[in-house]
Design a protein around this ligand. Structure first.
Ligand code: BGC
Length: 387
């Protein structure tokens, strides 16, 4: 561990000591002190008059800002090797853009991360039709998924860290999915400089669930240009190849000998222009890697993302069996981000821990079915450090 990593951890530990009580959000100062109860400010108002709040959480040297609209990550401020913090998450500086044109920036994705082929699946003999919002397929929970819904937010600060509990009840039939789904998502910043997400859900009818987070990362800072020199190591020997509509064929193919081989760390840009059919379909990387560790009861190592100039490193650990690595292929210079810069292709990447896309139509994939009496539980940890 180098000096700056030690510094971050020491600051976090000191902050953690103070983080023992839960106060009222309204009484807290505008910007959360490290390890203190998260603070709440008004961010904007939806067309129907609903106020949208911005919650700020700080601990372990990291600062996270989340909106009650979409449970979305608006900012994520992380120190570089010199201790200078930068916002490493793409977003907008206003609510209207999040509502009208966001490609899921920071969004809490549900009920189903990634695509369901033809927006259709059959469960217990009944076929469900979902709204189609990606050509002939359904993407990220449909036209008004969890990333476009209001969330109830409760702050907490305690020994495990400081953070937010987001919850909502998704009514039976919402976006075509069966069952009343009670969802709870906890964002925790720990004193060790980790951002942890714990998802849980229960249903009153058999359904399918696959929740994830759609943060667009640029470890050099949002709006600073392409991420091609970020290095990535992904602990996955296989991936799920897709067809032209980015729907898995059902095969678990080996990454060996393909541009999708990230088992040894390499810059994201090294093979991104290889004329491999999978990269042509996706205009770059936009695939689900089958994590070697499989589905686990506790978060286990999945990947390391690093940015050489800032020295920022993000490791991810998850209980999930899959990881969608999307290299920002569809950013096209039409969106103006949080700091006023235009976002172009490759200016960020998403790393979405998940079950495999289109699982409801692939009985051979790990199941995404949730039945009454069961509790859906998954966790993902983003651990920040510098080198
Ligand atoms: C998908 C991409 C999609 C993007 C939307 C990713 O999770 O894999 O295909 O374009 O989300 O921003």
């Amino acid at each position: 561990m180098n000096t700056s990593r030690r510094t971050v951890m020491a600051a976090g530990l000191a902050a953690g000591v103070a983080a023992t009580s839960v106060g009222t959000a309204h009484a807290a100062p505008a910007h959360a002190a490290p390890g203190r109860t998260p603070t709440k400010t008004l961010f904007g108002t939806l067309a129907d008059g609903t106020p949208v709040h911005l919650w700020a959480v700080a601990n372990g040297g990291i600062r996270l800002e989340v909106l009650s609209y979409g449970g979305l990550v608006h900012r994520l401020d992380v120190p570089d090797r010199h201790g200078h913090r930068a916002n490493i998450a793409l977003g907008f500086d206003n609510l209207a853009d999040y509502v009208a044109k966001s490609p899921y920036f920071g969004g809490l994705i549900g009920r189903f991360g990634n695509r369901i082929g033809a927006g259709k699946f059959t469960l217990d003999g009944h076929t469900y039709q979902l709204p189609l919002n990606d050509g002939v397929n359904s993407l990220h929970g449909g036209t008004k998924g969890f990333d476009k819904q209001m969330w109830h937010v409760e702050p907490f600060a305690g020994r495990s860290g400081t953070g937010l509990v987001l919850s909502r009840i998704s009514p039976d039939g919402e976006m075509g999915y069966p069952g009343t789904l009670k969802v709870q998502v906890t964002y925790t910043l720990t004193a060790r400089g980790e951002w942890r997400i714990d998802y849980s859900a229960t249903t009153d009818r058999a359904t399918v669930v696959n929740l994830t987070s759609h943060t667009y990362f640029n470890l050099a800072g949002e709006g600073s240009g392409p991420v091609y020199d970020h290095t990535l190591e992904l602990a996955a020997a296989r991936y799920t190849p897709v067809d032209a509509g980015l729907i898995p064929t059902g095969e678990l193919a080996r990454v060996s000998g393909t541009p999708l081989d990230f088992r040894r760390t390499k810059p994201i840009g090294r093979d991104i222009r290889t004329s491999h059919q999978q990269l042509l379909y996706a205009k770059g990387f936009d695939h689900n890697w089958v994590l070697d560790k499989g589905r686990t009861s506790h978060p286990e190592y999945a990947l390391t993302l690093a940015e050489p100039r800032s020295g920022r490193v993000m490791k991810m650990y998850t209980t999930e069996p899959g990881m969608q690595f999307y290299s920002g292929n569809f950013l096209d210079g039409t969106l103006v981000g949080t700091s006023g810069h235009i976002y172009r292709q490759g200016d960020a990447l998403c790393l979405e821990s998940q079950h495999f896309p289109d699982s409801p139509n692939h009985p051979e994939f790990p199941s995404t079915v949730l039945r009454p009496g069961q509790t859906y539980r998954t966790s993902t940890v983003h651990a920040f450090s510098t080198r």
